[in-house]
Design a protein around this ligand. Structure first.
Ligand code: ATP
Ligand code: MG
Length: 291
């Protein structure tokens, strides 16, 4: 009923072909009810693992979410964090950069938000926008005050290299990185936009700009293909998750997170001899209280 997340892992050898990545789940997928039950179990497990992750305090976990509009980034983030101790993770959304952000290198604004050890950081959009939306709209570079000597011919390859180096550095220093591309089909996006127009309670989600952006679909797919192909690695894998079925997508993301956390060699810190002696003293103090 469920394909293992490794099936969605983007290969590390540069062979990723976006057209072959499924947007729909496998044919024999379970029904929504079963998927929701599975999700509930996975989220309960994430909660347990998060506690141990916090106590272990050696790694941080960075979850990056990228997708076309209406693919379901927000809903997926909500689904996999629902019921997990809110102190354990932080969600950051990256929209059009501010003037201050544009006055720094392109990794600055996200670097400030990286999770500390023991914590889970979630990026709703990320530094990848710099090789996605900016690549589709190179006119945005005009607002970035780049040095005159910038090599525009190799700009995207250079940015992708910076991203690879950045992620390697983070991984070496204890950040576990998982990147999710929620792969929605063009047809499904259209359906979801129409639903937003049809249903008054969904009108607030509709943005005319999103329909305009959709006209650049092929350019976005090219940019995504390049980005995923060149930046998926053992230490910072991309997962291209089918997004046309939301319940399935959420399970696939949660499953990936659980498997990754379970693969870390985590343990609760064990008290040493001195700690145990101190515990015995404390126990005595507590037991003698008011005696
Ligand atoms: P939602 O629509 O659910 O609120 P969203 O992530 O689509 O979520 P929007 O405010 O609609 O949020 O869109 C944010 C926009 O900011 C996107 O179009 C994204 O491509 C753009 N953006 C993000 N980072 C950059 C960047 N570095 N340079 C230019 N545009 C960016
Ligand atoms: Mg939007």
């Amino acid at each position: 009923m469920f394909q293992f997340p490794k099936d969605y892992c983007v290969p590390f050898d540069g062979s990723f072909a976006l057209h072959a990545a499924p947007t729909a789940p496998p044919k024999d997928v379970a029904d929504d009810k079963q998927l929701e039950k599975r999700l509930e179990k996975l989220v309960a497990r994430i909660d347990e693992l998060q506690q141990m992750f916090y106590a272990h305090d050696k790694h941080s976990l960075l979850l990056v979410f990228q997708a076309m509009d209406a693919a379901g980034k927000d809903g997926t983030i909500r689904a996999v964090t629902r019921g997990v101790n809110p102190a354990g993770f932080q969600v950051f959304s990256f929209k059009q950069p501010s003037a201050e952000e544009l006055d720094h290198d392109f990794l600055w604004r996200t670097s400030k938000c990286l999770p500390e050890r023991g914590r889970i950081g979630i990026f709703n959009r990320s530094y990848y926008e710099e090789v996605l939306v900016v690549r589709v709209h190179p006119e945005y570079l005009g607002g970035q005050n780049l040095p005159t000597e910038t090599d525009h011919e190799h700009l995207w390859a250079d940015r992708l290299e910076s991203i690879r180096d950045h992620e390697k550095h983070l991984a070496r220093n204890g950040t576990v990185i998982l990147k999710f591309w929620l792969n929605v089909s063009r047809e499904e996006q259209k359906k979801r936009f129409l639903k937003r127009l049809d249903k008054p309670d969904k009108n607030w989600k509709f943005s005319p700009g999103d329909v305009k952006e959709r006209q650049h679909w092929d350019a976005y797919m090219d940019a995504y293909e390049q980005a995923l192909r060149t930046t998926s690695s053992q230490h910072a894998p991309w997962y291209a998750i089918p997004a046309d079925n939301k319940a399935y997508m959420r399970v696939a993301v949660a499953e990936t997170i659980v498997q990754t956390l379970e693969s870390l060699q985590m343990e609760y810190p064990k008290p040493g001899e001195a700690d145990r002696a101190r515990f015995a003293e404390c126990r005595q103090l507590l037991e003698n209280e008011g005696a």
